[in-house]
Design a binder for this molecule. Structure first.
Ligand code: NAP
Ligand code: MG
Length: 482
């Protein structure tokens, strides 16, 4: 029986959207010398707000402000004092949670259910978690005299705009660094509200500087002589460029890049739970997740039944207005990303995979893709090799655990994987063979600020979250002791 839902849209006015946003440099909101960016609402394709952007000269100004703040205030401040600012920022996020959730949904296109229940609370949790670390760094196994690195340059993507800002800022500040950060061109709004929260928390001027801008500003920032540390999350192609341009410098680098995660379902798995996990793995955030479970490996003996259940479940996902509290799958972030997904889906059909598309009605305007499942996806197909970053699953089968591990590892990436089985020893055995930074057992896409997250191979290096996330922002005697 088909269920009909009345629409339940969140009120867009809660976002308190301004017509134009400014950069945040040296404690002040100022105009940049770059051209204004136009932020779009992906659910309508219409302009949302203008954002002042940085020029190369603004990068100089921001890095100089971060250096002054580092030398004059932040590096000399006791950890316990730094921690107080982080606690205040965490509380500020919680206090403005509803506004941030609606704004993020308007700017990014992701469902309000996700911004409200995942992105925003997780962002606050990261600040709470690292706030608690600020006064313990000297005594936690980071070496005999761990110290901050100096000025950190950070570049973040559009898929979790506020959350990625929190992942980057909280450990950097807790460890005693100052920061210049560039959000993605299509999603600058939530981090500029975070700037208001940071200003309200009384953070000393120049400790955090936010420079909206395009890729050239990201490049100017990471290549700037005045920075000591670079942290980047985004595509493998840009990550490689950055690694190249930083070679031979003193800058410490962490890269969190793409992925092509495998969800491995054994015949003995609790099937309905595994279906939920696979759905969450690839349709959460429209599949625009670096650690998405974008490949399903299902044991041959249950493949037919499992795929039937999966399609039935995926067909029930509600695609549409991201502000509607019933929506499961929202809008793709940009027209460019929509084009990329459409092109890769066409490649999947052309290369001979079986294509199933959800019968969900798509809105007439905006950037939407119906949940899509490709069966009989062979290892050589583009849909099996390339990160699609969309709600598109590539399915293949396996017979033995060894074959599952070999297939899961048959990718240049190595960020995430999931194992679904009732048998603990099998889960542990398979996990030990997987070359992935995170392996989830009978669950998927679970995040916790206490847990390290990061990749192998073309998924990058360095860890975010947990004590290892702090080590990335510290001079330690022994690299990676934790
Ligand atoms: P991207 O180009 O790597 O963008 C990530 C960030 O880097 C953005 O802030 C971007 O600015 C900036 N940037 C671009 N060129 C740069 C350069 N030469 N030096 C320094 N910074 C630079 O990723 P994208 O184009 O938005 O997405 C392309 C693909 O990357 C996606 O389809 C997906 O496969 C992957 N991706 C992965 C993640 C992840 O979490 N691992 C996140 C996003 C995308 P602009 O926004 O102005 O371009
Ligand atoms: Mg936008």
């Amino acid at each position: 029986m088909e269920l009909h839902y009345a629409s339940a849209p969140e009120n867009a006015s809660i976002a308190r959207l301004a017509s134009r946003y400014q950069m945040f440099v040296d404690g002040k909101f100022i105009d940049g010398q770059g051209p204004d960016l136009e932020s779009t609402n992906p659910a309508t394709g219409k302009p949302l707000a203008a954002v002042s952007s940085a020029s190369a000269a603004d990068v100089d100004t921001a890095v100089a402000a971060a250096r002054r703040a580092y030398e004059n205030v932040w590096s000399a401040m006791p950890g316990a004092e730094r921690g107080k600012y982080l606690f205040r920022i965490a509380r500020g996020i919680a206090e403005r949670a509803r506004e941030l959730a609606v704004l993020e949904t308007l700017d990014n296109g992701k469902p309000i259910r996700e911004t409200r229940d995942f992105d925003v609370p997780n962002a606050a949790q990261h600040f709470f978690y690292y706030a608690g670390w600020a006064d313990k760094i000297q005594h936690a196994g980071f070496g005999s005299r761990p110290g901050a690195l100096g000025v950190a340059a950070q570049v973040i993507p559009w898929n979790f705009p506020l959350l990625m800002a929190a992942w980057k800022l909280a450990p950097a500040l807790a460890a005693g660094n100052t920061v210049v950060i560039k959000p993605a061109e299509t999603t600058s709004l939530s981090i500029l509200i975070l700037a208001e929260i940071i200003a309200d928390a009384g953070l000393p001027a120049g400790v955090v500087n936010i420079l909206p801008g395009a890729g050239d500003i990201g490049a100017a920032l990471v290549e700037h002589d005045g920075v000591d540390k670079v942290a980047f999350t985004g595509s493998t192609a840009v990550g490689k460029k950055i690694q190249h341009s930083l070679a031979g410098t003193h800058k410490k680098l962490t890269l969190e890049l793409g992925g092509k995660g495998a969800n491995i379902v054994f015949a003995d798995a609790a099937q309905d739970q595994a279906v939920e996990g696979v759905v969450n793995g690839i349709f959460f955030n429209q599949g625009q997740v670096c650690c998405a479970g974008s490949r399903l490996l299902v044991q041959e003996s249950i493949a037919e039944e499992f795929l039937d259940r999966l399609k039935t479940r995926a067909a029930a996902l509600r695609v549409g207005d991201p502000l509607d509290k019933n929506t499961d799958v929202g809008a793709i972030n940009s027209a460019a990303q929509l084009t990329k997904i459409t092109e890769l889906c066409a490649a999947g059909s052309n290369e001979g995979a079986g294509r199933w598309t959800s019968p969900a009605m798509l809105p007439e305007q905006g950037f939407f893709v119906a949940p899509t499942i490709f069966t009989d996806a062979t290892a050589s197909m583009r849909i099996s090799r390339e990160e699609i970053f969309g709600p598109v699953l590539a399915v293949s089968t396996f017979r033995t655990p060894d074959e599952a591990v070999a297939k899961a590892n048959n990718t240049p990436y190595g960020l995430s994987a999931g194992v679904w089985t009732e048998k603990g020893s099998r889960a542990m055995g398979v996990a030990a063979g997987l070359k992935a930074g995170v392996v989830w057992d009978n669950t998927f896409n679970k995040f916790d600020p206490t847990a390290a997250f990061g990749g192998y191979g073309e998924s990058g290096f360095g860890r975010e979250g947990g004590p290892s996330g702090l080590a990335a922002y510290l001079n330690t005697d022994d690299e990676g002791v934790l």
